[in-house]
Design a protein around this ligand. Structure first.
Ligand code: FMN
Length: 401
């Protein structure tokens, strides 16, 4: 089955990342596809994350000889061959049994980094061991400080390069598709409650067999509650609602980790300045891929305000809506050091496991190379705002006041 999937993702039908999406839809049950594809409430922010890239246009330099394009960059002093990392995608193991391990391995092979979600189906030690690239650990305080302290220590021992603290999840956003598809019932232990939702699962026998052979739904191996063991997946939403990260928690996490921290979830200049003051090493401008507060601006739209507020005091990542290499180039022109890709590689994972992740990365790499050549720009490091036109209305408050 894997071989067939590999052929499929290498076929001429998969020209861009968006082509992986229908393949994912065909391989996994509707509940799993919509968990990956969907966003909060009316999905306005989800759509805007992608659409907003259209508002920024290029200013190419023609008749310029660009022989070899240098796609490398540095984040936190780590050399990356590509200016994107793979973002944390909770419970990737549901999309394919190889899940987080496969994604980390492919990131490493491509010379870039992977960020492992707290809501991982694989042990963090296995994910780190599978990758030759830098791996960061994304932390939620699910399970309280004692569980966090234990996982931080495990991440340190395993050699994780940085901690990523997500600050926009005081409660899980309402993803309406998950409710309609009976996601809660499907992951519950109540067979009667599951029955109405089972046809969508039975209609994907290939996925179902691989899921059952993988041992079915497993508890979260990296969220170990003292005296209770690994947290069941069903408890995640309630655990998130009682474990919002505040700046006071951030200070505690910083003291516990004693290494570089990425703050994930900054959308305003005020929060960006606060993150600088609190000792963050990097911030990621993002809105959780449109999965939390619907109606916040697209991540790209929020980037200029954050860049102006930070004024070079730390590195900035941008995260949300990346589907093409040209999107990555635009975000870097607007001041991001690199970007995080979420669904772009996760569609590949759901479509064809590790081969699908590899294909997504390769498409983005080729896009980046082509875009730089068409722009007449030799390297990612040479990109700046002179390569793009930005709408007048984007002039940020920071620079107006
Ligand atoms: C299915 C799914 C699960 C996610 N789980 C997490 C998570 O556990 N922790 C986190 O910080 N972000 C999580 N995110 C957000 C991603 O890290 C990333 O910010 C987002 O996918 C970017 O938007 P994009 O997918 O449109 O590129 C998740 C996103 C998706 C699609």
């Amino acid at each position: 089955m894997m071989l067939r999937a590999s052929r499929k993702v290498a076929s001429p039908h998969v020209v861009c990342v968006e082509d992986l999406r229908p393949l994912a839809r065909r391989r996994v049950p509707r509940a799993v596809f919509d968990y990956l594809d969907g966003g909060a409430e009316g999905e306005v922010t989800l759509r805007e994350n992608c659409r907003t890239f259209e508002d920024v246009t290029f200013r190419p330099r023609h008749a310029v000889a660009v022989s070899d394009c240098d796609l490398s960059t540095r984040v936190l002093g780590l050399g990356l061959s590509l200016p994107f990392l793979l973002a944390p995608v909770g419970y990737s193991r549901l999309m394919h049994p190889s899940g987080e391990v496969a994604a980390a391995r492919e990131a490493g092979k491509a010379g870039t980094g992977y960020i492992l979600s707290t809501i991982s189906g694989h042990r963090l030690e296995d994910v780190k061991a599978g990758s030759t690239g830098p791996v960061f650990y994304q932390l939620y305080l699910m399970g309280g400080r004692a569980a966090a302290e234990a996982v931080i220590e495990r991440a340190r021992v395993a050699g994780f390069a940085a901690l990523v603290v997500t600050i926009d999840t005081p409660v899980s956003g309402i993803r309406e598709r998950d409710y309609r598809n009976g996601m809660k019932e499907l992951i519950s232990g109540n067979l009667l409650a599951k029955i109405p939702f089972l046809p969508q699962v039975l209609s994907r026998p290939g996925w179902l067999v691989s899921f059952l052979l993988d041992g079915g739904l497993r508890p979260l191996p990296n969220v170990v509650i003292p005296g209770q063991g690994p947290m069941p997946l069903l408890d995640v939403n309630a655990a998130l609602a009682s474990s919002a990260v505040t700046w006071a928690d951030f200070r505690w996490i910083r003291d516990c980790w004693r290494g570089p921290i990425v703050v994930k979830g900054v959308l305003t200049g005020d929060d960006a300045r606060r993150a600088v003051d609190e000792g963050a090493a990097v911030i990621s401008v993002y809105n959780h891929g449109g999965r939390q507060l619907d109606g916040v601006p697209a991540a790209l739209r929020a980037l200029p305000e954050v860049v102006a507020a930070v004024n070079g005091q730390l590195e900035i990542l941008m995260d949300g809506g990346i589907r093409r290499g040209s999107d990555i180039v635009k975000a870097i022109c607007l001041g991001a050091r690199a970007v995080l890709c979420g669904r772009a590689y996760a569609y590949g994972l759901a479509a064809a496991g590790e081969a699908g992740v590899a294909r997504a990365i390769e498409i983005l790499r080729a896009d980046l190379d082509r875009t730089l050549r068409l722009l007449g720009c030799p390297s990612i490091a040479s990109l700046d705002s002179s390569y793009v036109n930005v709408p007048k209305s984007w002039e940020c408050r920071e620079s107006i006041s």
